[in-house]
Design a protein around this ligand. Structure first.
Ligand SMILES: *Cc1c(COP(=O)(O)O)cnc(C)c1O
Length: 361
């Protein structure tokens, strides 16, 4: 028995995707960018004055938030910076959900949500997604009946890659009594042809909060910068009360601004990722895997009934030096979540899978 609160004693911590130390491992398991950050980040790092670290950073990361607000077409007061997207999630829960009150989510989804809810000692209401990975028609009704103060929805969805359009999100925000947080960790990879943009919705829905991160789309998972975007009335209590006073450090603010400013480079990486995503999807389907269309930088592949089970594929890939993600949970146990890598990495993956699928070893 320790000194921690009973809910902390009872709960399990977050299970990270494996981070191997061997640089030869082909790492397709945690949805990091296949490409390095913009060269502008290395340049900003090289010219960063260590002397400036003597001072506290701009508390509100104003310059960075102004850039994001301008790009998204929202007011500066509708954006705040966070220490990675994950801090934004934690802040939303601690700001909007009292201990004992209900936190809502769709299932399956980001496995950090239940962990954060347990830390807050919130009651969990997890609504199963429909077979096509969209929220069921009763989603808002069930969350309202459970008294959910906050509900999180990943869109495009992880781990399926499925995108809900703006009208569906608007309808959910309207129907929900609590706050709807749309986790847009992967939104940068959405095909521009879809014209997908939720930012205009925040001015129309006072309970809609968007989460963005530079971890995936800007190849900065190691830097820890994300954003919450929403009505000023939602953002204000977080910005002025619940966040750490200097939650985004000076180096992170500088490097994040450099990456975000190089929009052309980011767009090029997203385009390459989409091209590879479509190629990998088609190749997996030819091998017999069921793969839903993905609007992210990963795909979810269901193992074939007559081939090796997903867990075996996961282990064999691992033996071959290729890490993908396997979730041993009811809806996902027959699937692999595969991050889209660089072309040669994807080729290696497809080679091993084709070899296994053909039954040879
Ligand atoms: C990666 C990810 C995040 C945020 O990651 P950070 O590195 O903390 O910015 C949030 N939600 C989902 C679903 C993610 O996959």
């Amino acid at each position: 028995m320790g000194y921690e609160r009973p809910n902390i004693r009872r709960m399990k911590g977050y299970a990270y995707g494996e981070q191997p130390t061997d640089a030869r491992v082909i790492k397709l398991n945690t949805n990091e960018s296949a490409y390095p950050p913009s060269p502008a980040v290395a340049a900003a790092l090289a010219s960063f004055e260590a002397e400036s670290l003597r001072r506290y950073p701009p508390a509100m990361a104003d310059d960075l938030c102004a850039m994001v607000a301008e790009r998204l077409g929202v007011e500066p007061g509708q954006v705040m910076a966070t220490n990675g997207g994950d801090e934004g999630l934690r802040l939303a829960i601690t700001t909007f959900v009292d201990p004992g009150e209900t936190f809502g989510m769709a299932e399956p989804s980001y496995s950090l949500y239940p962990v954060l809810a347990a830390v807050q000692d919130a009651t969990m209401c997890a609504v199963p997604l429909a077979a096509d990975w969209t929220p069921p028609a009763c989603f808002a009704e069930r969350l309202n009946a459970a008294g959910a103060r906050l509900a999180c929805l990943v869109n495009p969805h992880a781990p399926s890659g499925r995108l809900l359009d703006a009208s569906a999100i608007a309808a959910l925000a309207k129907a929900l009594h609590g706050v709807l947080l749309v986790d847009e960790a992967y939104v940068d990879f959405v095909d521009p042809g879809r014209n997908h943009d939720l930012a205009p919705l925040v001015s129309e829905h006072p309970n809609l909060l968007l989460l963005r991160t530079l971890s995936k789309g800007y190849a900065l998972a190691g830097l820890r910068v994300g954003f919450l975007i929403g009505d000023a009335g939602l953002i204000e209590p977080i910005r002025t009360k619940t966040r750490d006073s200097f939650n985004v450090d000076a180096l992170a603010q500088t490097l994040a601004a450099a990456a975000y400013a190089d929009a052309a480079y980011a767009a090029q990486c997203w385009r390459s990722t989409r091209t590879e995503r479509d190629r990998v999807t088609a190749a997996l389907r030819r091998m017999g895997f069921a793969v839903p269309d993905s609007e992210t930088n990963f795909v979810l592949a269901t193992a074939t009934a007559d081939g090796p089970p997903a867990k075996t594929l996961f282990e064999s890939l691992r033996d071959a030096g290729i890490l993908v993600r396997y979730f041993d949970s009811p809806r996902l146990a027959d699937r692999l979540r595969i991050t889209i890598g660089q072309p040669a990495e994807n080729d290696a993956l497809l080679r091993v899978l084709a070899h296994m699928a053909s039954g040879s070893d």
